[in-house]
Design a protein around this ligand. Structure first.
Ligand SMILES: [Zn+2]
Length: 153
């Protein structure tokens, strides 16, 4: 029957999309995990050389500390991204990941590959950007008008 065939094809598509989105998220996770691992190694290596420096030159060791802080901040950022990926994978299981927050349409795979945490489809995002830009322009104009009023008073 035509209807069952369509339904089957539809669920195949869903399955395929699910697997592709899962792959996108897991690839991203693996990428970040390996970055974090190599960064951790860097921090540890720099940390020990920093210690040697601290004996030789206090100023240099504080530079090393700043560098470590930056590296640690980067690792924290990556850890947050990992958390977001886990959330996205959970949403994927729920069947809520990959749909536009505004219009409920599927967000294209290309878009999700580039922006795995996109919550809007391209059209809705663009509409939002246009609205935000208009808002900025209006507030700038208001700001300029206020400035003008200030000067004239
Ligand atoms: Zn949308």
């Amino acid at each position: 029957m035509a209807t069952t065939k369509t339904a089957a094809r539809h669920s195949d598509m869903k399955r395929e999309r699910y697997e592709e989105l899962q792959r996108i998220l897991e690839d991203r996770r693996r990428e970040i995990m390996s970055e974090v691992k190599s960064k951790m190694k860097d921090v540890r290596a720099e940390g020990s050389s920093g210690m040697i420096h601290s004996v030789a030159d206090a100023a240099e060791s504080s530079e090393a500390d700043i560098q470590d802080d930056i590296e640690l901040a980067l690792i924290q950022m990556k850890a947050k991204t990992l958390h977001k990926i886990d959330e996205a994978l959970a949403r994927l299981d729920d069947g809520t990941y990959g749909y536009c927050f505004e219009c409920g349409e599927e967000i294209s795979r290309q878009r999700l590959r580039a922006l795995p945490f996109a919550v809007r489809c391209k059209d809705c995002e663009e509409a939002r950007e246009v609205a935000a830009q208009r808002e900025r322009m209006l507030s700038q104009r208001r700001g300029a008008a206020a400035l003008f009023l200030d000067m004239s008073s």
